[in-house]
Design a protein around this ligand. Structure first.
Ligand SMILES: *Cc1c(COP(=O)(O)O)cnc(C)c1O
Length: 416
């Protein structure tokens, strides 16, 4: 699959567009996405699930740009949301609310109301209290809320502790041991209807075994529930499939899901998945320019115009992103610390990258499509980056660069 950036005639291109042209037209820092890569990632899942009753619910939090949501909506995707804001985005992007599942440990009542009025597919409920809140909100609206319980299968996904979510100690979901009692409670509440069951064990998972183990535990619970007279229509196994950032052996959707699908063989329940990172991560990059070179005896720094506020993953998780020159130059590479202008020592994009650089050079920080723009902030009063989508030979501005006036437009001073 050659949907990533490619070095052609001495410069990096995404699809048919030289990144140099994008920087010249829209400036830096700038996120750039490939329509072909987004489509290919979705098709990878679709093919893996061919012939089965399934719904791919894109996890909006990974990248919530309307153009990306719209593209997935047009491909037939559903959506996994975690806030009322994400629901509004999905609707604004032309997504079908009937294909939306609503996850999250702290849904507010107004968010529940909006989702009930929109007619979403299911609420992924994460606590006993939430069942009561949702029942009350639905009663107010004279509606019946479709629910699923997020159950912690208590399997170790073997990933970064910050993105491991299915263990007993996590704030997410309900304990496996409590699930039967909570389903009984859900079934007894007049304004709830039990529809499914869900789990999500973590993110950037490279080993397919924990997902299959989780599926087996969930299926055992589905059978227990059936014996107790509680029918489950769908099984939602969450997201979490990992991607290649460096040298990870990232599997295709078919390979990753094979043991899970084997565990599901012969089951009649509809299958839902909530992939985020694996649909968008490798379809995007962050384009940045070298402002200052600071050679030193201990370390040499390349200060670029993108920073931790634009791409937080290196500072937050010590994540590794490949960093490539857009127009590689001749000359001996030297190890550079690639850092941003933000006033924090943790503000870096890469350590010890062997590069031949001059001031003004463009760099592409790869695999930045997921949890990049979505986690960006205005720290240091830095306007957020522009976003561009390439499609063959064409480039589309899908989000304008913020300007500073927008950053303080909501603020006001005390009267004198
Ligand atoms: C974050 C999240 C996802 C998406 O995870 P990825 O690792 O990006 O695939 C799916 N479901 C839930 C409930 C999540 O919190």
């Amino acid at each position: 699959m050659t949907t990533g950036p490619q070095l052609i005639q001495g410069e990096l291109r995404l699809e048919g567009v030289p990144l140099r042209e994008i920087a010249a037209r829209f400036g830096t820092p700038c996120y750039v996405y490939s329509r072909a890569a987004l489509t290919a990632a979705y098709e990878d899942y679709r093919q893996a699930l061919a012939g089965r009753d399934a719904l791919i619910c894109y996890a909006v939090k990974a990248n919530a740009n309307l153009a990306i949501l719209n593209l997935f909506a047009r491909l037939g995707a559903g959506f996994d949301i975690v806030s009322g804001g994400e629901l509004q985005r999905v609707i604004a992007a032309g997504g079908d609310p009937a294909k939306v599942v609503f996850s999250g440990v702290g849904k507010r009542r107004d968010e529940m109301r909006a989702a009930l009025e929109a007619g979403i597919h299911c609420f992924n409920v994460e606590s006993a209290s939430e069942l009561d809140h949702l029942n009350a909100v639905a009663a107010d609206l004279d509606k019946v809320a479709p629910v699923s319980l997020r159950v912690n299968p208590n399997v170790d996904p073997k990933t970064h502790p910050y993105i491991s979510t299915g263990l007993k100690t996590a704030k997410f979901g309900v304990a496996f041991e409590d699930a039967l009692a909570l389903y009984r409670r859900a079934a007894s509440l007049p304004h709830l209807r039990v529809r499914g069951i869900d789990c999500h064990i973590g993110s950037q998972l490279l080993d397919p075994a924990p997902a299959a183990e989780a599926a087996e535990k969930i299926l055992g619970l589905v059978d227990t529930l059936a014996a107790a007279g509680i029918a489950i229509e769908h099984i939602d196994l969450g997201g979490g499939k990992g991607i290649r950032y460096q040298d990870e052996a990232a599997l295709s959707a078919a390979e990753y899901l094979a043991p899970t699908l084997q565990a599901l063989a012969g089951r009649k329940e509809k299958l839902l998945l909530e992939p985020g990172r694996s649909l968008v991560g490798n379809a995007g990059l962050l384009l940045t320019r070298v402002e200052i070179l600071k050679p030193g005896s201990e370390k040499s720094f390349a200060v670029v115009d993108a920073a931790m506020n634009d791409l937080m993953r290196p500072a937050l998780y010590d994540a590794w992103h490949d960093i490539r020159p857009v127009m590689p130059r001749d000359g001996a590479p030297r190890p550079y610390e690639i850092v941003g202008p933000v006033c924090e020592s943790g503000d870096f994009l890469g350590h010890e990258r062997a590069l031949a650089l001059a001031e003004g050079d463009l760099l592409a920080v790869l695999s930045a499509g997921a949890y990049g723009m979505a986690m960006s902030s205005n720290y240091n009063s830095r306007p957020r980056a522009a976003e561009v989508m390439v499609d063959g030979e064409r480039m589309h501005l899908i989000r304008q660069r913020e300007d500073v006036a927008q950053l303080f437009a909501q603020e006001s001073m005390l009267p004198r």
